[in-house]
Design a protein around this ligand. Structure first.
Ligand SMILES: [Zn+2]
Length: 259
């Protein structure tokens, strides 16, 4: 017997009808807990699609207020949101999209002092951040707490998306640091704070992240674990590269994995 109400069956009808989801899949989504760090260009669509899909609990962390220059790509917000805390506006919007979703908000800056207390409460972590420091922080905490990390970076018209589960011992899959060692950050511009970005790219990649979350919760399709999807919207190119653990990083990521 399904535990879904008539209302839920109607709300999620167009995904329940998919063979890969069904009633059982929907029940799993309703029980899932996802943490999104950064409610900006990526976090906006991730949050909206996951709430619409009926993810039971969504944790959202951001200490920024909405600025005028955010509106070009951060579609959760509108002109009235300016100078208000992003997480508070986001919670209101999400409640109106789907009142059944539980939203936990974190208004403080996420640091290595608080991240390991927050992450254990969730199943999956989505990186919606725009800077290397935060990306390393999330990576290390996800390894320590054995959480799936759906990571993405944006630059101009180009983006990368990848899933990290380096704590699965039988595989040779990388962590974020394996792919982007600390010295890498000096030589590239995958940081939309500094570089420019076309709004629709953030929407595209955030939407992809939301689908990857659902795939991981339901264990369907081919995971992007250890596979870097590179998307170039200016020229319409799509590439998928298999990436392995970096020997230079091995000591670091293995050290973080606790049995
Ligand atoms: Zn590593």
């Amino acid at each position: 017997m399904s535990k879904l109400s008539e209302n839920q069956i109607q709300r999620y009808a167009h995904q329940i009808i998919l063979d890969e989801i069904g009633i059982k899949g929907q029940e799993k989504l309703l029980k899932a807990k996802v943490f999104i760090l950064g409610i900006g260009g990526l976090g906006s669509p991730v949050l909206m699609y996951l709430a619409s899909a009926g993810i039971g609990t969504l944790g959202i962390a951001d200490f920024d207020k909405v600025e005028l220059s955010n509106l070009q790509r951060q579609i959760l917000f509108d002109t009235k949101s300016i100078n208000k805390l992003k997480v508070e506006i986001a919670k209101k919007k999400i409640n109106s999209i789907n009142p059944n979703v539980k939203i936990n908000i974190y208004k403080k800056k996420i640091t290595n002092l608080n991240i390991n207390k927050i992450i254990p409460e969730y199943d999956i972590v989505v990186d919606g951040s725009d800077n290397f420091e935060t990306k390393y922080l999330i990576n290390d905490a996800c390894i320590k707490n054995k959480k799936i990390l759906i990571s993405a970076s944006l630059n101009g018209f180009e983006a990368q998306i990848i899933t990290f589960k380096p704590w699965i011992k039988s595989t040779n899959n990388p962590c974020y640091r394996c792919l982007f060692p600390e010295n890498y950050k000096n030589t590239n511009t995958y940081n939309c704070r500094e570089g420019g970005i076309i709004g629709g790219l953030a929407g595209t990649i955030g939407s992809l992240q939301s689908v990857e979350v659902i795939k991981e919760i339901l264990n369907i399709g081919e995971s992007l674990n250890g596979k870097l999807l590179i998307i170039d919207l200016l020229n319409g190119n799509l590439k998928k590269l298999k990436v392995k653990r970096n020997k230079k990083c091995l000591n670091y990521c293995k050290f973080l994995i606790k049995d």
